[in-house]
Design a protein around this ligand. Sequence first.
Ligand code: HSE
Length: 435
Amino acid sequence: MVFKVGLLGLGTVGTGTAKILLDAARRHPLLETLEIHKVGVRSLDKPRAVDLPEACLTTDLEAIVTDPDIDIVVEVIGGLEPARSLILEAIEDGKHVVTANKAVISRYGNEIAEAAKKAGVYVLYEAAVGGGIPVIQPLQQALGVNRIETVTGIINGTTNYILTRMESEGGDFAPILDDAQKLGYAEADPTADVDGLDAADKIAILASIAFGGKIRREDVFTEGIRNVSASDVNYAKTLGFVIKLLAIAKRNDDSDTTIQLRVHPTLVPLNHPLASVNDVNNAVLVEGDPIGRVMLYGPGAGEGPTASAIVSDVMAIAATLHMESPAEEKLPNPLLSNAYSDYKTISPMEDLESRFYLRLMVKDKPGVIGHLGDIFGQHGLSLESLVQIGLQDNLAELVIVTHEVKEGDFQKALEILKASSADVDSIASVLRVLG
Ligand code: HSE
């Protein structure tokens, strides 16, 4: 069974989506059942970063959303129109839709959901919030049994990048925004990001799912970061806070209907989990009963991460299409099955490379360190650092960190060290070092 995908847009996210769909090896087997049928582009002549058959490309987006061969339409052109109309046309034509369009979903999500319900199709938008971070699906499914109390997000990478730099450099907003634009971290028109509008779109979407109700996009209180100054950042730091643009959706105590919904720069205590979310990264902290706190963290934008979220939605739809297939091809839900056919081969531990931390007690006499160095050198072990911590009872306590070395070589050197009783008194500890 093969399901056909029509891709609207071949910009950054569209290109990333096509790359994943064209290279299914070592990904979920469901991806083997997906085929790019048509790709809608603005111009046929542009050079492409992905290798697609010429016949796939068309400038006629309407033809894609009404193409009888297409099962799933992926909308990644962005903006309100024609994206909204194309999504609605695709739905009306009986197609499932995947979109990354937070502007459309936060404003027209209700209209789109009604149309999808009427047509009996799915509209999924994992990529609309948090880029590559799975957040919509976890809120709906894995965390869905919880009574959600709060969703607090750093869900705009551009502003998080600017605030992180203001914090680390002590600089002011305007020159850092200017530099971020030159470096490609901020758009030429930064309004949607720095004025909090993008984060407001995203928290409206999250709130609707977390609290199970319609949200009017215009109800989100929104304040951006233009007025945050270097002195504010500095004073906040002195007081033990970091300033972050937070998007907050909170259920009022004991209320089924009333929530708070806001985006604004906020002083976050340094020991709060969101305080260490820096640069362009995003994170969403979900608090619920009975789970407590869960934080979802990762890349909030970019070709690969956003495409990952898009294709995960396409795959979820493919799973339902498989279950609706004619009886002879019908599968149990492939996303709920963990029946694998082959064993994986696990590499022997001695072949793995790692850095090592070694604490040992050695005799306090001349030549000991030279001798240890010889043993390490003979086994191809290079030292990153060596510190003598102190002396006790004629023994010196040494701490060594190695560069990356094969576990097998390290263990051989260790055996020789253990046997070198003239120099080594004891090996106090051996630990592997990450990274
Ligand atoms: N402009 C957004 C951000 C990325 O800076 O996070 C896309 O949602």
